[in-house]
Write a protein that binds this ligand. Structure first.
Ligand SMILES: NC(=O)c1ccc[n+]([C@@H]2O[C@H](COP(=O)([O-])OP(=O)(O)OC[C@H]3O[C@@H](n4cnc5c(N)ncnc54)[C@H](OP(=O)(O)O)[C@@H]3O)[C@@H](O)[C@H]2O)c1
Length: 104
């Protein structure tokens, strides 16, 4: 499993999510670090993007803490319906994607 757009491309005010902020504060970690830790603890490959070196370092600095079972239960309750990447599961979307012309 791979997490493309693990931060939902920064949409939905993800970096201010109150549940993730509260969990991060317990460990002195940011929302981005909680998300990344949550993913790697479930053996999911993380493809996170940042244009800023300090954020790249921040996003990798997740190997000195672990989420508790309570944290994980809270995260699992969050809304998981938002899709940042094109949904490949519908016929309409597959038709739309197959009609795309590459600029090459
Ligand atoms: N989303 C898709 O549909 C898709 C499709 C194919 C490939 N990919 C690839 O998947 C990778 C994921 O990138 P993505 O842009 O799609 O989504 P993403 O990694 O979920 O989100 C990137 C956004 O998060 C911000 N960010 C990253 N670290 C942060 C931090 N620690 N604190 C605050 N903001 C932070 C970035 O801003 P800054 O740059 O300003 O830090 C950027 O706005 C990329 O390599 C992309 O090329 C994505």
């Amino acid at each position: 499993m791979e997490a493309w757009a693990p931060f939902a491309e920064g949409k939905n005010d993800i970096f201010h999510n109150p549940v993730l902020s509260k969990i991060g504060a317990k460990y002195g970690k940011s929302v981005a670090q909680v998300i990344t830790r949550w993913l790697i603890e479930r053996d999911i490959i993380v493809l996170a993007k940042s244009t800023k070196p300090e954020r790249m370092a921040e996003n990798l600095n997740i190997f000195d803490f672990a989420l508790s079972d309570e944290d994980k239960a809270e995260i699992a309750k969050l809304d998981g319906t938002f899709v940042a990447i094109v949904n490949h599961d519908t016929v309409d979307n597959l038709k739309r994607i197959s009609a795309w012309k590459m600029g090459v």
